[in-house]
Design a protein around this ligand. Structure first.
Ligand code: ZN
Length: 215
């Protein structure tokens, strides 16, 4: 995507994200030199070695959007060999990529997360960065998991009340360990089956049982 004068963006944050994406995809780095409610200015991070690339934007009163007022470029500091980290790769970029993995498998290793990230962006973020993002994600995700467990008994009761004959089978970690189920138990999984399915299974079972006898 080319950023040109006259392009408009709903907010400064949207514009900044687009600028970052363009830079990350092209192995370039930029820094914000001015940011307030009315304007945004970014420059090449390697300005000191002569790269004059910059972008200046202002919130226009005529349409209330952020409009690109001035651009200079292209970058003369292209660094296609950059493979390690990137100053514009923020926690949100990392979170976006690894969140699905953590939900699917909370035990996934940092190494696997890192490999996923490298194949997605082409950069290797520092392990410290990954661990930091992961900690934040886990706190957010698992807190919401715990809250949803609290709703589960109510949900299953409602399911049984409105669907008579529904069978619910709770399984706790204590079952695996052969321990008695105390007042507080560690949830592992829950199965449920609606009555029509149970009736159907019973019929299939009877048919299977009867068939050998007819043979
Ligand atoms: Zn540059």
């Amino acid at each position: 995507m080319e950023l040109e004068n006259g392009m408009v963006f709903e907010t400064k944050e949207v514009l900044l994200n687009v600028v970052k994406d363009v830079h990350i995809a092209n192995h370039l780095e930029m820094k914000v030199v001015r940011s307030n409610s009315e304007s945004l200015k970014v420059e090449c991070k390697r300005k000191e070695i002569g790269c004059v690339c910059m972008l200046r934007s202002r919130k226009r009163k005529s349409h209330n959007y952020f409009e690109i007022m001035e651009t200079k470029g292209p970058h003369t500091c292209l660094n296609p060999n950059m493979k390690h980290d990137h100053c514009n790769l923020k926690s949100s970029n990392i979170a976006q990529v690894i969140v699905i993995q953590i939900v699917a498998d909370p035990g996934v290793s940092d190494k696997v997360s890192e490999a996923t990230f490298v194949s997605h962006f082409g950069y290797r973020p520092s392990r410290r960065k990954i661990r930091h993002v992961r900690k934040k994600l886990e706190k957010k995700l698992f807190k919401s998991f715990e809250e949803s467990y609290e709703y589960l008994p109510f949900f299953m009761n409602a399911l049984q009340s409105f669907n008579h004959g529904t069978h619910v089978d709770w399984h706790f970690k204590e079952h695996d360990l052969g321990l008695p189920i105390a007042e507080v138990a560690r949830f592992k999984r829950v199965f449920w089956a609606f009555k029509p399915r149970i009736d159907c299974n019973a019929l299939e079972f009877l048919t299977c049982k009867l068939l050998p006898e007819y043979d």
